[in-house]
Write a protein that binds this ligand. Structure first.
Ligand code: SF4
Ligand code: FES
Length: 327
């Protein structure tokens, strides 16, 4: 099936969504996605940040679609023509969506643990208005401890359902979800009951904002002052492939590795995430690629060239750091 997105054509298999096709072309045409997550079944369709304009439905029926569609939920038809960044209407409409997402979300980036890694922060900078037109009181909730390792700050939740899908698809016996409807919706505190599962920590990695944070890392460090490195260990439960966030000699945080779409490459177990916070627990492979254009890219390894890698290897040989570049 041929589809053209922002003037670029690609051939994709039947059943591919517009968003997936756009990602196959590349980041220059791919719409942002706050709720879709390719590794979680039935995700998407909640946030509307991925809207696009279909200017030609298909070769068989060229009628344009009458209004913007969620690209993560709309399948490609043969001959379809789609506009994303090339449509001023879509860019303008997306600004409105960001404003809606920020209606209840506090603008507390300076004190939020997710700052620098937050998709909503990025979207806000890219599309947002400098001030809110919302005059009503924002929703406020008490912070909740979800088990001893995860903190839920519901004020920041944008109800993307990703954590619900993680609990549903990665842990046994899900008993949490979104309760109530409309502006009364919230993540149910029944989530506390699944948090003992050995994959429950993945709710932190999939949360696009600072609503679910790692209590073992909270307020320890701004993320842009840490150095991310890819590392692995022989783990009996998961792949053991992780990202360590290091400052000096300390491993401050362990997360799953994320790809260019900010999605987890492989979900990791709680033992890797919480119980192995020493460099010596890990085989360090090397600096992690950091693709984000937000503040997190600062002070990282993006500029590292081969020469610097050689330096690291030299240090490794001196015993500072073990580098094991696996093919
Ligand atoms: S807590 Fe985070 S992952 Fe869960 S629904 Fe809210 S924003 Fe999404
Ligand atoms: S990413 Fe498509 S609706 Fe949220």
């Amino acid at each position: 099936m041929k589809v053209t997105i922002d003037g670029k054509e690609i051939d994709v298999p039947k059943g591919t969504t517009i968003l997936q096709a756009a990602r196959m072309i590349g980041a220059e045409v791919a719409p942002p996605a706050m709720c879709y997550y390719s590794k979680l079944k039935s995700s998407g369709g909640y946030c509307r940040t991925c809207i696009v304009k279909v200017t030609k439905g298909s070769t068989a029926n060229p009628t344009p679609m009458p209004k913007p569609v969620a690209s993560c939920r709309t399948e490609v038809m043969d001959g379809m023509v789609v506009e994303n960044f090339t449509s001023p209407e879509i860019v303008e409409a997306r600004k409105g969506i960001v404003e809606f997402l920020l209606i209840n979300h506090p603008l507390d980036c300076p004190v939020c643990d997710q700052a620098g890694e937050c998709k909503l922060q990025d979207l806000g900078y890219e599309h947002g208005l400098a001030e809110s037109r919302y005059e009503f009181e924002r929703r406020e909730f008490d912070m909740i401890d979800i088990g001893d390792k995860v903190k839920l700050h519901m004020n920041r939740c944008i109800l993307c359902y990703r954590c619900v899908k993680v609990a549903d698809q990665l842990t046994d016996g899900r008993v949490h979800g979104v309760i109530n409807r409309g502006d009364a919706s919230e993540i149910s505190t029944y989530i506390e009951q699944v948090i003992d599962n050995e994959f429950s920590g993945n709710v932190i990695d999939v949360c696009p904002v600072g609503a679910l944070t790692d209590k073992t890392f909270r307020f320890k460090q701004r993320v842009w002052f840490t150095k991310p490195v890819d590392a692995h260990r022989n783990c009996p439960t998961c792949s053991g492939k992780v990202r360590l966030w290091i400052k000096g000699e300390d491993v401050l945080r362990v997360t799953a590795r994320k790809d260019q779409w900010d999605e987890v490459e492989e979900f990791i177990c709680n033992a890797c995430r919480y119980d192995h916070k020493k460099k010596s627990d890990w085989e360090i492979e090397g600096p992690s690629p950091v693709n984000r254009h937000s503040v997190i890219s600062q002070n990282q390894y993006a500029h590292l060239n081969q020469q610097k890698l050689e330096q690291l290897k030299h240090q490794s040989a001196l015993g500072f750091m073990k580098i094991d570049k696996k093919p």
